[in-house]
Design a protein around this ligand. Structure first.
Ligand SMILES: Cc1cc2nc3c(=O)[nH]c(=O)nc-3n(C[C@H](O)[C@H](O)[C@H](O)COP(=O)(O)OP(=O)(O)OC[C@H]3O[C@@H](n4cnc5c(N)ncnc54)[C@H](O)[C@@H]3O)c2cc1C
Length: 489
């Protein structure tokens, strides 16, 4: 057995092992989807929009299942996909280091294998959680060792249904426009993939120069010596507060609606293979009940993030303090809560993300036809929940469904593989733990659809296939016995 524990810098050995594992498993499977052409150009079987973690695993699964003709497009430069080295401001991931997440069941593709190969077994044992930059480096390595077909710097601006049932993707790279024809499109567009950052309307009462959302590119150097207000107490709110304090903020006030910080991570607490594979089978009212309850309880900020903030004496926590008013006064803002008024120079909204299809120009042509849960499922009494009501009602392979049957058949070719899929499928998208299971469900569904759609071609191949297994000389009929038995009858 190879020992990956000895030396840091054994990444090459790990890659050799991964290649060996893949070859023992006969992976990737042979390519089998018949080629199509439109206007003399090859149609891409699947285009995945987004080359973050979800897009990479989706690509890995499709490749594994022999859908070789697919592409991953990301507007971000290579190595900067997703939040990890852009707007994420935590030191480490929240997730336990042992989660196998994107590894698709391959031991040599796990974060642990990667980390031990880079830094040694002792470093792994000493590691508490994955530093976010190291997680990004792991994703970069993942893409490289699986040789995934990612194109960076390409924005998908619109997804347009075609008369022949396929989809046109209008893309741009700097000022250059490009059209790609695809049979299926996967939206691996991230936490805000069907919407954007959520900021309460009250923010509009002050000039934009006084505030930012945690997902914005914030120049923390400019906040040095300033009074900062943070609204919300989720993970991102806490990490932004810590970054401001570490950058030299003179004072930090965190305003939290609740009377207590949530302490228990409910949904993670009951995580199991039962939840992963069983959630999608729940009756609708139970799906709603589970998620509405978990959302109501809220996810606590990670303990290290809270300690990172509370270690500063100029940090002040205000519980039971919803924002009642924001008023601009000269070069600062007065924040009023039921408990008092506070002067701040800059506000950071840690208020999460929302689903809002009108925020996604790439989906403008199809958005009016997408069925949401509120179009089909009456909200259970006492469980009103805007986010769940606005969630897309998805089919078995994460594909959109039509609000009016027949109004936009192309929706069945657009797969929503991002966080808003949770109500339909459970937590198989949007975070690390079960992303491989999600990608497996997605890829199987696409494979089924591609095969069924090409049935005539596959049937023609069946008829045309003429490579003999038997050569005809293996066993001849016994003629004497044949004559005898013919006489008796
Ligand atoms: C700050 C932060 C910390 C998190 N920490 C954890 C954690 O510790 N553990 C955990 O399990 N989860 C965590 N998550 C949740 C989740 O794992 C991450 O959001 C993860 O990045 C999701 O991967 P993704 O591929 O779905 O989306 P992303 O990584 O966001 O990737 C989406 C990609 O789509 C691209 N894109 C979007 N639209 C287009 C378009 N029109 N054209 C081209 N490209 C496009 C973007 O450029 C982006 O690179 C965290 C999330 C955030 C925001």
């Amino acid at each position: 057995m190879s020992d990956l524990s000895k030396l840091p810098g054994d990444l090459e050995a790990l890659e050799v092992r991964l290649r060996q594992d893949l070859s023992w498993l006969e992976l990737p499977a042979k390519s089998w989807v018949p080629t199509r052409e439109v206007d003399g150009r090859t149609v891409v079987d699947v285009v995945i929009i987004g080359g973050g973690m979800a897009g990479l695993v989706a690509s890995g699964m499709l490749k594994r299942m022999g859908v070789a003709n697919h592409l991953v497009l990301d507007k971000a430069p290579a190595g900067q996909e997703g939040p990890w080295v852009t707007f994420a401001r935590m030191r480490t991931l929240r997730s336990a280091k042992v989660l196998t997440g994107p590894a698709m069941g391959l031991p040599a593709l796990t974060f642990r294998a990667y980390y031990e190969a880079c830094f040694g077994r002792e470093a792994w044992v000493a590691l508490d959680r994955a530093p976010r930059e190291t997680w990004m480096e792991y994703l970069i390595w993942y893409r490289k060792v699986l040789d995934l077909p990612v194109r960076n710097g390409l924005s998908v601006n619109s997804v347009l249904p075609r008369a022949d049932g396929m989809l046109d993707l209008i893309c741009s790279e700097d000022s250059k426009k490009e059209k790609i024809v695809a049979r299926h499109v996967v939206l691996a567009t991230g936490r805000d993939g069907l919407g954007g950052p959520f900021v309460p309307d009250i923010a509009k009462s002050i000039d934009q120069k006084f505030w930012a959302h945690t997902a914005d590119d914030i120049d923390f150097a400019m906040l040095r010596g300033k009074r900062i207000g943070v609204i919300g107490a989720g993970a991102s709110a806490m990490d932004n507060a810590a970054t401001a304090l570490e950058g030299g903020a003179a004072r930090l006030d965190m305003f939290v609606r609740r009377r207590e910080l949530p302490r228990i991570n409910k949904f993670t607490g009951i995580g199991s293979q039962g939840v992963v594979h069983g959630f999608a089978g729940l009756p609708d009212e139970w799906k709603w009940r589970f998620l509405n309850y978990a959302m109501g309880q809220q996810t606590p900020p990670p303990r290290p993030s809270v300690l990172r903030v509370s270690s500063f004496e100029q940090a002040h926590l205000h519980l039971g303090s919803p924002i009642a008013d924001l008023k601009q006064e000269d070069d600062h803002v007065i924040v009023t809560t039921p408990k008092g008024s506070y002067a701040v120079d800059f506000l950071i909204f840690g208020t999460g993300f929302k689903i809002d299809l009108s925020n996604r120009p790439e989906l403008a042509a199809v958005a009016p036809y997408i069925r949401l849960w509120q179009d089909r499922f009456p909200t259970p009494a006492g469980m009103e929940n805007g986010e769940l009501e606005g969630s897309p009602d998805l089919g078995g392979a994460f594909e959109f469904l039509e609000r009016q049957p027949g109004s936009c058949p192309a929706l069945s070719k657009i797969h929503c593989f991002n966080f808003p899929a949770t109500l339909s499928h459970g937590k198989l998208t949007g975070d690390i733990p079960a992303i491989s299971e999600g990608a497996d469900r997605l890829a199987r569904g696409i494979v089924r659809s591609l095969f069924v759609e090409d049935r005539e071609k596959h049937f023609a191949s069946l008829q045309a296939f003429d490579t003999p297994e038997l050569l005809g000389d293996e066993w001849a009929e016994d003629e004497a016995l044949f004559e005898l038995s013919s006489e008796r009858t």
